[in-house]
Ligand binder design. Structure first.
Ligand code: GGG
Length: 371
């Protein structure tokens, strides 16, 4: 079967790590057509749209997508960088990544963080963490007010005693970001984490939350975790406050395996976990829904390194391994991971973050030679 892969390099070093990844996919003889999709800052500046409809259509007709990285800037800077004819038209920059996840209901963000033997950046050998991050709601729901409209201020005054005085503030003197979680959203990500633990033999799932303070949404998340756990009698449910687990992960990372959290906490915990196994050069990410999945490195476009071909492409290459697995091409996925692990273990080819001077493409080529 020839797979239809949408190929979205994006901005900055995204282009470079995707080039290195393609070298590996070609060496694997993965049977695919790759169709380039426009996304990112360049298209915002030129068209006032960082995620054009033609790219949305491409994703809708693809089996999966590989995605590099996106540059984003605060609202005022974004407006300034538009071509002159688009300025002052009220165009608002919104993250294409968050939109893509919501539009295609890519609710599972899976971020495995494994300490490959011989990686000089490993915090400890043997770490094997897998973060399940809810990807479509929570603090990234996109329901925000700044300035705050009068009706929202009035609603707060009537419904929330501690914030009644906010209604007396000028609308531009405060801002509100809503954290919205649904039962469905919580249940499906928690279930995905348990299913993964069951399939790959992890003894427990750690639900990360802040239920003692953020009672409505995080409380619901924990309550649903306890309900879902009943369907998996062989797997222990462990739970931890997000602040506490940041300490415990540093103290004893090998005590943890599969972890699940709402959107923002999952984002933070997955960066911490990636740092324990070498940093963002090793942090791969899959955004998965029922019909489509988009795979990317967790890192951004790193504008200061753009054009230098020096960043580590391993995160993106491991994201391609995740894509192969998701498509059912698990033998190819395993070969790609084994080749990557072999290059890391050998230690001859290392990018700057690993203490070496190999380029992005040299790393891709070294992995391809092992295939
Ligand atoms: N590959 C992930 C990536 O590009 N992250 C950068 C990022 O989060 N940018 C903010 C955004 O536009 O979503």
């Amino acid at each position: 079967m020839t797979y239809k892969i949408a190929w979205l390099p994006g901005d900055g070093v995204g282009v470079e790590v995707m080039e290195a990844t393609r070298i590996c996919l070609d060496a694997l003889k993965f049977d695919a057509t790759y169709t380039h999709g426009d996304i990112g800052w360049e298209f915002w500046c030129k068209e006032g749209e960082s995620f054009p409809q033609r790219t949305i259509d491409l994703l809708g007709s693809s089996d999966a997508a590989m995605f590099g990285a996106i540059t984003s800037k605060p609202a005022k800077d974004a407006e300034r960088e538009l071509v002159p004819e688009l300025r002052g038209k009220g165009l608002v920059y919104r993250s294409p990544i968050v939109r893509m996840r919501q539009m295609f209901d890519l609710y599972t963000c899976l971020r495995p963080c494994k300490a490959y033997p011989g990686n000089p950046l490993n915090f400890k050998e043997g770490i094997d963490l897998v973060v399940f991050r809810e990807n479509t709601e929570g603090l990234y729901s996109g329901v925000e007010f700044s300035p705050v409209p009068a009706e929202v201020a009035t609603a707060l005054k009537h419904n929330s005693k501690p914030f009644a005085h906010f209604a007396e503030n000028a609308p531009e003197d405060y801002a509100i970001t809503c954290k919205i979680n649904t039962r469905k959203g919580c249940e499906r990500i928690i279930r995905a984490a348990f299913e993964y633990a069951k399939k790959f033999g992890y003894p427990k799932v750690t639900a990360i939350h802040k239920a003692n303070v953020v009672r409505a949404t995080e409380g619901m998340f924990l309550e649903i975790a306890k309900q879902v756990a009943k369907d998996y009698p062989g797997i222990q449910l462990d739970d931890a406050n997000v602040d506490a687990i940041c300490m415990w992960l540093l103290k004893n990372p090998k005590s943890y395996g599969v972890m699940v959290a709402t959107n923002l906490f999952g984002d933070i915990i997955s960066d911490l976990s990636a740092q324990l196994v070498g940093g963002l050069g090793f942090g791969c990410s899959g955004n998965m829904g029922q019909k489509l999945a988009v795979f990317e490195p967790s890192h951004g476009s790193a504008p200061k390194y753009a054009g230098q071909y020096k960043v580590n492409p391993i995160a993106t290459i491991l994201a391609a391994k995740m894509m192969l697995d998701w498509l059912g091409e698990t033998a190819m996925g395993s070969r790609l991971e084994a080749a990557t692990a072999a290059v890391i273990a050998e230690g001859k080819v290392r990018t700057y973050d690993m203490g070496g001077s190999s380029t992005t493409l040299e790393m891709g080529e070294a992995i391809a030679r092992k295939l």
